[in-house]
Ligand binder design. Structure first.
Ligand SMILES: C[S@@+](CC[C@H](N)C(=O)[O-])C[C@H]1O[C@@H](n2cnc3c(N)ncnc32)[C@H](O)[C@@H]1O
Length: 363
């Protein structure tokens, strides 16, 4: 019997698989245009232009631009005018394809190409019984910058103004000044956003990948933030003298990556002390595959990113391999069994249903 969401088990699958694969090719070429800044160039042009004019505006070779336009026009991403020789990017598509704006769907395509180009063969080998257990962070050059960019808009525009107000008790504490730890802070985007919004609080970003730690410091300096600091460290083994030191722990897009989540949660509990608050933001999905069909719009993207990075990274470190789509039920089970009381949970605001939050208290 077909599962829900599947419509046709006996007809010709040809057109359907052809469409799926065509979309895959189009995504790769969207990533190329995004990385090269071609959508930004086209968004600046006031009227339809020839491939020569677009190439001149981009400062690139016309022959390559023309071939790329071929993909974009036939994929119905870029439009062509009545002359058949001039191309334009309709205004309704600009926010989804250009850099630095809210939608950034093209950034997601670029992220996926980056993960694929770096880790495809090693992940493939990891499937095999005789293959490696997984990957390591060294296998993903550029991943941390791309991850930070992916979350930047939400962190800068919604973390302090839409997310924190969901928890009035926490907001009051942050406004009057508390010690906060941002676990797995990556490039420090969330650390800086919290520091900027709550100047009386001190925000400490921790990450175990050194390149992230450097990036985080650079960002804080650029934004002249005096109330945030960073240190390299492993969440599963935090300094002894941090016991009871923090009142709030924040963790974005890290939980499912943890090799040893129970050990990490025990450490978080220790450094928070009784009554301490923890917010985990992770991918929105459900633990059983069947529950994600037609219900989680980003399921294909998130399972794919998980398979290329999150899962093999955790397994490669000898971890439990939660995976990015471990789901709401699994996260609740792990967090509560580690001794946290679940206060509130739901889809995070303003995030196209990509993020799910879990707000908890040390029980
Ligand atoms: C997907 S990235 C998210 C980074 C950042 N929070 C953000 O939203 O951009 C996951 C981060 O968790 C860090 N991480 C994973 N396990 C860790 C551990 N045990 N200790 C410290 N950092 C860890 C990784 O180095 C990586 O920077």
């Amino acid at each position: 019997m077909a599962s829900k969401g599947e419509t046709d088990l006996s007809g010709d699958f040809g057109p359907q698989i052809e469409e799926i694969i065509q979309h895959g090719f189009a995504s790769v070429m969207i990533a190329m245009g995004y990385d090269l800044g071609l959508f930004d160039v086209m968004a600046e042009l006031s009227e339809p232009k020839s491939s020569e004019e677009i190439a001149a505006a981009a400062g690139m070779k016309e022959r390559y631009i023309r071939e790329w336009l071929g993909v974009m026009v036939t994929a119905k991403v870029v439009s062509i005018d009545a002359t058949g020789n001039k191309f334009f990017l309709p205004a309704n598509r600009v926010p989804y394809l250009t850099k630095g704006v809210s939608g950034m769907m093209a950034h997601e395509a670029s992220f996926m190409v980056n993960l694929t180009k770096n880790a495809f063969d090693k992940v493939k080998a990891s499937f095999l019984e005789a293959g490696p257990p997984g990957t390591s962070y060294d296998d993903y050059p550029g991943k941390f910058e791309l991850t930070a960019k992916f979350g930047e808009h939400w962190m800068k525009n919604h973390l302090a103004s839409s997310f924190i107000p969901l928890f009035p008790e926490l907001k009051t504490q942050l406004e009057s000044g508390i010690k906060v730890i941002d676990l797995g802070c990556g490039m420090g985007v969330s650390t800086c956003a919290l520091a900027k919004a709550f100047p009386k609080s001190t925000i400490h970003g921790v990450d175990f990948v050194d390149i992230n730690f450097q990036g985080a410091k650079k960002q804080a300096k650029e934004e002249s933030l005096k109330n945030c600091k960073f240190s390299a460290g492993d969440i599963s083994n935090l300094p002894d003298d941090w016991s009871g030191h923090f009142q709030y722990a924040f963790m974005n897009n890290v939980f499912h990556d943890l090799a040893h989540p129970m050990t990490c949660l025990a450490e978080i509990k220790r450094i928070l002390g009784p009554g301490g608050l923890l917010s985990i933001i992770d991918c929105h999905g459900y633990s059983a595959i069947k529950d994600n069909i037609d219900r989680v719009p980003a399921a294909v993207n998130l399972y794919s990113a998980s398979l290329l990075a999150c899962l093999p990274l955790s397994l490669g470190a000898g971890g439990v391999g939660l995976g990015a789509m471990c789901g709401v039920e699994k996260i609740k089970e792990v967090v509560t069994s580690a001794g946290f009381e679940m206060l509130q949970s739901g889809v995070a605001p303003e995030c196209r249903s990509y993020k799910h939050y879990f707000h908890c208290k040390v029980a």
